[in-house]
Write a protein that binds this ligand. Structure first.
Ligand SMILES: [Zn+2]
Length: 487
C-alpha cells in the first residue's frame, strides 16, 4: 500500500509539471474555429441556344439578368460543407458527378460534403447536352461546350468560396409566406373531361386555369415555409444567406429572355435589407428550391392577374425577402456548431411502357396529321414512351443530408411534391429541417404513391420515370442518413 502511494505522488507531480510547461510555451490544445465563405461565378450562356422549361424551346435572344452558380462553404474546423445553387432549370447527375470529382481533386472536399442543385428557373438554356429531348438517356454521352463551361464554373466557385473563408457565426430560422404558393393539381367537378396524352382519363388537372368554373379543390397542401441559414463575420458583418422556399418558379418573362427568375431577385433584396451592399468580398444571397413539384405561384381561385414582364417575380422576391428579414432579426447566432454530411446511392426501378403503350405510341407517331389528337401533348408523350425504352431497368440516385448544429438538410434529385417535403420535416430527428430538391441530379417528378393514384401530368410516364413507391423509399433512406449524422 505504502509503496503504491509513494509511486503516485511523483506521477502527479510529473503531470502538473507537463501542464506547466505546455502553458508556459503557449501550446494550448487547438480550439475549433467556425468559418464561412461565399462566392458566385457567372454561368450565363451564349445567345441562340434554346430556352428550356417549355414544350417548344425558343432561341435565347436577350439576357435580362446574368445566371450564376452561388456557393456557400461552412467549416467547423474539422468538416467543410459546400452548397452550390445554380441558376438553371435541370442538370443531370453526370454533370454533377464530374464537378464533384474536380472539386474533390482541387479542394479535397469529400463528395458527400458537396451539395449541388438548380434553382429551376425556366428562363435558362439547357445544360442537358446537345439533344433537344429532356428525357433522353444521356449517360456516357460527351459533354457539349456549355456543359463543360458549367462544370468548370461550379468547381471554380467552390475554390473562390474557400479562399473567402473567414471566422464566422451562424444562425438559422424559418418564416411563413403563404400568399405565393399554390397547389397546381386540381380535382374537378364530376363530369369534367380530363383526357391524358397516354389515352387514359385523369382524376386531377395540372394548371386548370384561373377561375375555371369546374374547379373543385386542390389535390394537396403547399409547404408555405421559408427556411434560411445566415452567416456573419465574427464582428457581425453579413457574409451570406441561403434560403429555401417551395415555389416551382414565377416566370412572366418575355419570349427569348434569359433570367434567373425570382431566385436572383431574392438574393438582391435580402442583401439590400441586411445592408450588405458594396462589401469586399461581396455578400452572397442564395435562394434554393424546396419541394415544389406540385406547387406554383398561380392562385387558381382567382382573380385573373395581368402583370407587366418581371413584375410578379419582383413582388414574390420582395415579400419572401421581407419575411426572412423579419425573422432574421430574432434568430440566435452560434460561434460554433458541428457540421456533418452523409450521402448514399439508392437503387430505383425505372418505369417502362408495356407492350400496349408502345403500340399506342407507335400508332400516334405514324398516323396521318389529319387525325385529331386526344390531347395537345399526345405526340410528345408518344416520343417519351419510345425514349423510356432506352433507359436502364434500374438507376442509382444520390441522396444526401447535411447537419448544421440542430438543423438538418435533405437533398433529393427530383421535382419533389410538397407533401414529401413536409413529411421529411415532421419525421426528421432535428429541431429544424428543410429539403433542397433538384439536387445532385434530375429524374423528373416524384409524386407520392397517393398522388400516383390520382394520376395527372406529374404521374404520366415520361414526367415520372421511377417506381411508384420511390418517394417512400427516398424518405426512409434520408431518415437513416439523418440518424447517422445526428449521433
Ligand atoms: Zn418545372
Amino acid at each position: 500500500m505504502k509503496a503504491k502511494k509513494y509511486l503516485l505522488i511523483p506521477f502527479a507531480l510529473f503531470l502538473s509539471f507537463c501542464i506547466t510547461v505546455q502553458v508556459a510555451s503557449g501550446q494550448k490544445a487547438p480550439e475549433k474555429i467556425f468559418k464561412a465563405g461565399a462566392a458566385k461565378s457567372n454561368i450565363t450562356p451564349f445567345l441562340g441556344e434554346g430556352i428550356i422549361g417549355g414544350w417548344n424551346p425558343p432561341p435565347a435572344t436577350h439576357i435580362h439578368d446574368e445566371l450564376h452558380a452561388r456557393c456557400l462553404v461552412l467549416d467547423d474546423g474539422e468538416t467543410k460543407l459546400a452548397f452550390i445553387i445554380i441558376d438553371n432549370c435541370i442538370i443531370n447527375r453526370e454533370l454533377y458527378d464530374e464537378a464533384r470529382r474536380i472539386i474533390n481533386e482541387e479542394t479535397g472536399l469529400p463528395g458527400a460534403n458537396v451539395l449541388m442543385s438548380t434553382v429551376h428557373t425556366h428562363s435558362a438554356t439547357s445544360s442537358l447536352g446537345g439533344s433537344p429531348s429532356i428525357i433522353e438517356w444521356k449517360k456516357g454521352k460527351p459533354f457539349n461546350e456549355y456543359q463543360n463551361f458549367v462544370v468548370r464554373r461550379i468547381a471554380d466557385v467552390v475554390r473562390i468560396a474557400i479562399n473567402n473563408l473567414e471566422p464566422a457565426r451562424i444562425g438559422w430560422g424559418k418564416g411563413n409566406v403563404p400568399e405565393h404558393v399554390f397547389i397546381r393539381r386540381w380535382k374537378m367537378k364530376p363530369g369534367t373531361p380530363m383526357p391524358n396524352p397516354l389515352g387514359g382519363e385523369d382524376q386531377v388537372v395540372m394548371n386548370p386555369g384561373v377561375e375555371n368554373p369546374n374547379l373543385l379543390e386542390p389535390a394537396g397542401e403547399p409547404d408555405t415555409e421559408v427556411s434560411f441559414i445566415s452567416v456573419q463575420s465574427a464582428a457581425g458583418r453579413p457574409l451570406a444567406l441561403l434560403a429555401n422556399y417551395s415555389l416551382h418558379y414565377v416566370g412572366g418573362v418575355p419570349v427569348g429572355h434569359i433570367s434567373a427568375d425570382y431566385f436572383a431577385i431574392f438574393a438582391d433584396r435580402i442583401q439590400e435589407l441586411l445592408k450588405a451592399d458594396r462589401q469586399d468580398p461581396p455578400f452572397i444571397g442564395i435562394m434554393s428550391n424546396g419541394t415544389s413539384g406540385d406547387a406554383n405561384n398561380i392562385n387558381f381561385r382567382g382573380p385573373v392577374e395581368k402583370n407587366p414582364p418581371y413584375a410578379k417575380m419582383k413582388k414574390v422576391a420582395d415579400d419572401v425577402a421581407r419575411e426572412v428579414y423579419r425573422v432574421h432579426n430574432k434568430i440566435t447566432f452560434h460561434d460554433w456548431v458541428p457540421l456533418k454530411a452523409a450521402a448514399s446511392d439508392l437503387n430505383l426501378e425505372v418505369r417502362k411502357p408495356d407492350k400496349d403503350m408502345v403500340t399506342r405510341a407507335e400508332n400516334v407517331l405514324n398516323r396521318p396529321e389529319t387525325v385529331k389528337s386526344v390531347h395537345r401533348l399526345e405526340k410528345i408523350y408518344a416520343e417519351f414512351m419510345m425514349e423510356m425504352l432506352d433507359w436502364p431497368d434500374n438507376i442509382e440516385i444520390m441522396l444526401q443530408t447535411f447537419r448544421i448544429g440542430d438543423l438538418g438538410i435533405a437533398a433529393i434529385p427530383f421535382e419533389v411534391f410538397a407533401a414529401t417535403g413536409m413529411e421529411i420535416k415532421t419525421k426528421s430527428p432535428f429541431d429544424a429541417t428543410f429539403t433542397i430538391e433538384l439536387a445532385n441530379g434530375w429524374y423528373g417528378y416524384l409524386p407520392t404513391p397517393e398522388q400516383h393514384e390520382l394520376s395527372g401530368y406529374e404521374t404520366w410516364l415520361g414526367s415520372n420515370r421511377v417506381e411508384k413507391e420511390a418517394s417512400t423509399k427516398i424518405v426512409n433512406t434520408l431518415m437513416n442518413l439523418f440518424d447517422t449524422i445526428k449521433k
